[in-house]
Design a protein. Structure first.
Length: 436
């Protein structure tokens, strides 16, 4: 197999984060703690996972970061935007995810990361407000101002390359419409201040125009529209999304494939959450929740394929609830009740109670996306990076192709893509060679 030509990851890699709340600050602080040897990057494939190459008898299992040319953590520099003017230290304190024993030793570093004025519009996130925002007559003007920010950051920080990851709040529910059809209609809609152009789309547009790979960690459309997919292909920029796969949905995509593999039936899956962080507050607005709900509900249907297995999954009652409950802060509790059935239709139940920490699960995803998207760009890959669907609740796919939600398939796809990039045979696990 031939290896892709991949530019080496020299110089500084700038990480731009629209939205500097709980996830973003937990990620940035975590990278700095790891760099200083004060913590370990648990949960990150790029930092901790190995990859098997060749036959089992060859015993070749390097770390992923030794196998593919990734930027090192010491090369990362951080910037971002937020309508709330808090620097990364204050924001992390308010988010309440990391303890002071982790934050105080790196307080100076975090205080140095101040959000740039955001392209923010309350019509899209009704529960929030903040003074640190740009004032422009048109959405086009806002997008151009974001492009200037990107160029300034690149120059001031001496970055060789940049990556942008949307860590902003979940915006209200929007359907893909005519404004999103192609680049021309999108640019016209920005000039006309069309309601269908949300702020997260302006960041995605600005990033792609500046040649910056873009990932969307929230369930709102952002880059997941034909116009921006076309722009990414045209400009040779990798994109990925959407909605980080953490917490309850992570559990769903671990459990559901297992039930299906064993041909066990499912009649109902009830999921409810209590959480009390700012994200929970935003999701208390029915319009923002609707965006999240769509993202969470799609998962089961795609994994279980009721059209292929009507006897097992033809009549699943799937319900998802998110309840804002301030005392819990970022430490969410997710309950699941699964009504399943087995041989001859006999019913059984599974109860799952996940006391999780959302941002602790999301931070390593941000890190991996930054490093893998930068790798993809250096390898000349463009457009939707489906091999990164492992990290998302609603993986982006081109029109007409259904997304793959099964975590195990996604994981194999990710690793096989790395093997393919490096000219190694993909693993099929067929294993005939050991017996011939
Ligand atoms: N934590 C997780 O496990 C997880 C999982 C999946 C998705 N997400 C999504 O990631 C996003 C971030 O989550 P969080 O817990 O950090 O939320 P958060 O509320 O702590 O942070 C979001 C930040 O985005 C800012 N923001 C809103 N609109 C903006 C704009 N137009 N420009 C710049 N900044 C803007 C807000 O002021 C806020 O500080 C949310 O959309 C959430 O739904 C999180």
């Amino acid at each position: 197999m031939e290896k892709l030509e991949i530019r080496s990851p020299e110089g500084r890699l700038g990480v731009l984060l629209p939205g500097m709340g709980a996830v973003a600050t937990t990620f940035v602080a975590g990278v700095e703690l790891v760099r200083r040897g004060l913590a370990k990057p648990i949960g990150s494939l790029t930092q901790m996972n190995t990859i098997r190459l060749g036959r089992r008898t060859e015993r070749r299992t390097p770390l992923i970061k030794e196998f593919v040319p990734l930027a090192g953590l010491e090369q990362l520099v951080f910037g971002g935007w937020d309508p709330i003017p808090d620097d990364a230290y204050e924001s992390a304190l308010k988010a309440g995810v990391l303890e002071r024993s982790h934050l105080d030793p790196i307080a100076d570093f975090l205080r140095g990361i101040k959000p740039m004025p955001a392209a923010f519009d309350r019509n899209y996130v009704r529960k929030l407000d903040g003074p640190n925002r740009k004032a422009y007559a048109t959405k086009r003007g806002l997008a151009e101002a974001l492009r200037e920010d990107i160029r300034r950051f690149r120059d001031e920080q001496g970055c060789d390359r940049l990556v942008m990851v949307w860590c902003g709040s979940t915006e209200i529910f929007l359907r893909p419409g005519r404004a999103h059809d192609n680049i021309k209609s999108f640019e016209k809609a920005m000039e006309d201040n069309d309601r269908d152009i949300a702020p997260s789309m302006l960041y995605a547009y600005a990033a792609i125009m500046e040649g910056v790979p873009y990932a969307n960690g929230a369930p709102n459309l952002s880059v997941d529209i034909p116009a921006l997919e076309e722009l990414a292909l045209e400009r040779g920029v990798p994109i990925a999304g959407k909605d980080f796969k953490t917490g309850q949905t992570l559990m769903k995509t671990i459990l559901a494939p297992g039930l299906k593999m064993r041909m066990l039936g499912l009649s109902g899956w009830f999921s409810t959450n209590i959480l009390g962080n700012r994200d929970g507050e935003v999701l208390d607005d029915p319009e923002s929740f609707r965006t999240k709900e769509e993202s969470k509900l799609g998962v089961l249907e795609h994994i279980l394929q009721p059209d292929l297995y009507p006897d097992l999954y033809g009549n699943v009652y799937h319900k998802v609830r998110i309840n804002y409950y301030p005392p819990r802060g970022d430490n969410k509790e997710g309950w699941d009740n699964l009504d399943i059935f087995g041989w001859l239709g006999y019913p059984m139940q599974i109860k799952l109670d996940f006391l999780c920490r959302d941002s602790i699960l999301a931070a390593p995803i941000v890190l991996d996306l930054v490093l893998f998207l930068d790798l993809a760009a250096r390898a000349g890959l463009r457009g939707i990076q489906e091999w990164l669907s492992f990290y998302f609740k609603s993986p982006m796919t081109p029109p007409g192709l259904y997304p793959e939600h099964d975590l195990f398939i996604q994981h194999r796809k990710l690793k096989n893509t790395l093997r393919w990039m490096m000219g190694e045979e993909p693993l099929t696990h067929l294993g005939r060679e050991y017996y011939e």
